[in-house]
Design a protein around this ligand. Sequence first.
Ligand SMILES: [Fe+2]
Length: 210
Amino acid sequence: MDVRTFTVGPLQENCYLVRRDGGERALVIDPGEEAPRLLGAMEQLGVTPDAILLTHTHFDHIGAVAPIARATGAPVYCPRDELAVMRDPSAFYPPMFGPVEGWEAEHALDGGDTLQLDGLDVEVIATPGHSPGHVTFAIDGALFSGDVLFQGSIGRTDLPGADHATLMASIAALLERFDDETPVHPGHMGLTTLGRERATNPFLQALAGR
Ligand SMILES: [Fe+2]
């Protein structure tokens, strides 16, 4: 699997371009901003996106969804509980964050879904807490976890619809299910692993011994 990371926008959000090694079709995860740069990178790599996958719909993760969907025809897969936000972000976010263009997602995602896209098995795991419908994608043994877990930190839970205990339960479920070696591609900051965060992340000490 070939994973390219593009850190975009003022909040330094990570957009991922994921494909099989040498593949010409790719998945775009959380295109948060800078659509021209992302489209240019795909063109340079000779890659066509087949799907746009969203972990959640906070404005810093969806700013380039509409322009990329329109330019490429790639369908958008959005968590079911956050379809309304993707449809009309301006109804949810103050103008100071925007404007973020809305998009009617072609597919709704639920935890437990398994998608076959571009020869990759994409498992959709419900990981609410940071946002109500937040999902994590497990692809080829790696996690694309949006704003659930970061290097040395966890997703914030001071925003509407967030809940700290729910987030901790989501993280605990990931730690229980996946090996320590599992790579974690987060929505902000650098690549980490579940084991590294289990051992060193101060926010996970409450889960110690699990
Ligand atoms: Fe977020």
